[in-house]
Design a protein around this ligand. Structure first.
Ligand SMILES: [Zn+2]
Length: 422
C-alpha cells in the first residue's frame, strides 16, 4: 500500500482528483489499517470518468505512451448497461497474471498429463485469456475453442479427449445436453474437471451438483473481474467440498486485499458476516485499484482452511453481483434465489429466464420461463412457483417452453429480461 497509493496519485488523474477532493495525500498512509479511510469506488464513477475522458477514461494508470511501448491486451466491460469501460493491460501485468492464475490452477490440482479445452469466443473478457496464459505457464497443453459451434466443440471433446473444460457454468450444462443429443454420455467422456468463471455456480448447490453429475467431473471456479486483474483473485479450494463442508473459494491476499462492505453504508463488515466484495489490487502496473467494489455477496473468513491455507476465503463461494438485484414492488431478490428454486424441482431444463413486466394496471409482475418435457404441466408449474415463493417471498407466474427452446449463451447467461421501462 505504501507503494501503490503514491503510484496511483502520480499516474491516475482520476485517483489524484479523488485524493485532492478528500483532502488526502499519499504520505499519510501507513498500511492496511488506513484502508478504511478511502471510500469505496464503484463502476458508476468509472463510467462517468470514461464519458468525460473518452475513450479510455483516467481510472487506470496506462497512458498512450505505455500502451504503445508495452501494451498487451485490451479488456472491456460489455457496455450493455452503459458506456463500456476499457482496461488496457501491459505485458508486465500479463506475466503477473499468468503466475497468479497458474498458482490458482496448481492449488486446484492441475498437473502434467492433463490438457484443457477452452470453450470461449476469446472476446475481450478476462476469464479465458487469464486461463490461457496460466496454462502456458504451467506447460499444460490447450485446445482453443473459439469460433466454433457447440456441436463442433462436442466433437473436439470426443476426438481429442481433454481432461479439463474451461467455460461458464451455463455453457457446461448446455454442452452436456449437446453431447447427450449426439448420443454420448458426458459422464463417460475424458473430462475430469470443469473450470468455470463469469457466473455464480459453485455456491448454488443444485447447479453445482447438476453439472458434476452430468459430467461425472468436479466443478471448480476462478473468481475475479476485469477491473482488478491481473490475477484470478479467487480459486476453488480443492480440499473443502469433498468433506461435507460448504465450498470455499480462496483469495490471493499476497497480491490483493479483499474485504466485504455493507451494501447500504459501504462500511467494512466483520469477517464471518455477509457483505459485498471490495478489492484493492496491490500488484498491477495497468489497473491498480484502491477499494474497488466488485460487488458480489460473500462471507469471508480468515480461519485456517482444511487444506492448510491461511489466505481469506469466501465460505460458500459468491452469490451474484449486487447490480443484478431485482426489485419487484419493493421486494428485493437475486437471480440466484430464482435459480435455486428452479433447480429444486426435478425435470426442469437447464435454461430459465426471469421476465419482469408491468401489467395494464401498472403493477410489476415477474414471470419465470423455464423448460419442461411436458410444457403444459400445471402441477409442476405450481411446484416451481411454490419454491420461488419460499425463497423470494413473492408470487411469480411460471411458464414452460418445450425443452431446448430457450436461447443458449456462450459467455455470461442473460437470465433477466426487464421490460418494465419499455
Ligand atoms: Zn482451502
Amino acid at each position: 500500500m505504501r507503494a501503490v497509493i503514491p503510484f496511483l496519485y502520480e499516474n491516475s488523474p482520476f485517483y489524484r482528483a479523488r485524493f485532492d477532493r478528500l483532502g488526502q495525500t499519499p504520505a499519510n498512509d501507513r498500511g492496511v489499517e488506513d484502508l478504511e479511510k478511502w471510500p469505496v469506488i464503484d463502476k458508476s464513477e468509472m463510467m462517468e470518468d470514461v464519458s468525460q475522458f473518452p475513450p479510455w477514461g483516467n481510472y487506470t494508470t496506462v497512458t498512450d505512451e505505455i500502451w504503445g511501448q508495452r501494451g498487451w491486451m485490451l479488456f472491456s466491460s460489455s457496455g450493455s448497461t452503459g458506456t463500456p469501460r476499457p482496461f488496457r493491460y501491459t505485458h508486465v501485468d500479463r506475466v503477473q497474471w499468468a503466475w497468479a492464475n497458474a498458482r490458482g490452477m496448481h492449488a486446484i490440482g492441475f498437473r502434467k498429463g492433463e490438457s484443457a479445452f477452452i470453450m470461449s469466443g476469446y472476446g475481450p473478457h478476462v476469464f479465458a485469456w487469464g486461463v490461457q496464459v496460466a496454462l502456458e505457464t504451467l506447460d499444460l497443453p490447450c485446445i482453443p475453442g473459439g469460433g466454433m459451434d457447440a456441436k463442433a466443440r462436442a466433437n473436439i471433446i470426443l476426438r481429442f479427449k481433454p481432461t479439463i473444460l474451461v467455460c461458464t457454468p451455463s455453457y457446461a450444462l448446455h454442452m452436456a445436453r449437446v453431447m447427450q443429443s449426439l448420443g454420448y454420455d458426458p459422464a463417460q467422456s475424458s473430462v475430469c474437471t470443469i473450470l468455470v468463471g463469469g457466473e455464480p455456480a459453485m455456491g448454488i448447490d443444485a447447479t453445482r451438483t447438476r453439472i458434476e453429475n452430468l459430467w461425472g467431473a468436479r466443478l471448480v471456479e476462478f473468481y475475479g473481474c476485469t477491473e482488478v486483474s491481473p490475477h484470478v483473485g479467487g480459486y476453488s479450494c480443492s480440499a473443502v467440498p469433498r468433506k461435507g463442508e460448504p465450498v470455499s473459494t480462496h483469495l490471493m491476499e499476497d497480491i490483493q486485499i479483499w474485504e466485504t462492505v455493507d451494501p447500504e453504508t459501504r462500511k467494512t463488515t466483520a469477517p464471518g458476516t455477509r457483505g459485498l466484495t471490495v478489492c484493492t489490487s496491490l500488484n498491477s502496473e495497468s489497473s491498480p485499484q484502491l477499494r474497488f467494489l466488485v460487488g458480489d455477496y460473500a462471507t469471508l473468513t480468515h480461519e485456517r482452511c482444511t487444506c492448510g491455507r491461511t489466505h481469506a476465503r469466501a465460505r460458500g463461494s459468491f452469490a451474484g453481483r449486487s447490480d443484478d438485484l431485482i426489485n419487484l414492488r419493493g421486494i428485493k431478490m437475486y437471480p440466484v434465489q430464482v435459480e435455486e428454486a428452479v433447480r429444486a424441482v426435478p425435470g426442469i431444463g437447464d435454461e430459465y429466464e426471469i421476465v419482469l413486466m408491468r401489467d395494464t394496471a401498472g403493477l410489476d409482475i415477474m414471470t419465470i420461463v423455464c423448460e419442461h418435457g411436458d410444457h403444459t404441466d400445471g402441477v409442476i408449474a405450481n411446484r416451481v412457483a411454490d419454491e420461488i415463493r419460499i425463497r423470494c417471498e413473492i408470487r411469480a407466474d411460471v411458464v414452460f417452453n418445450p425443452m431446448g427452446t430457450l436461447p443458449k449463451t456462450e459467455f455470461k447467461a442473460k437470465r433477466v429480461r426487464d421490460m418494465r421501462g419499455t
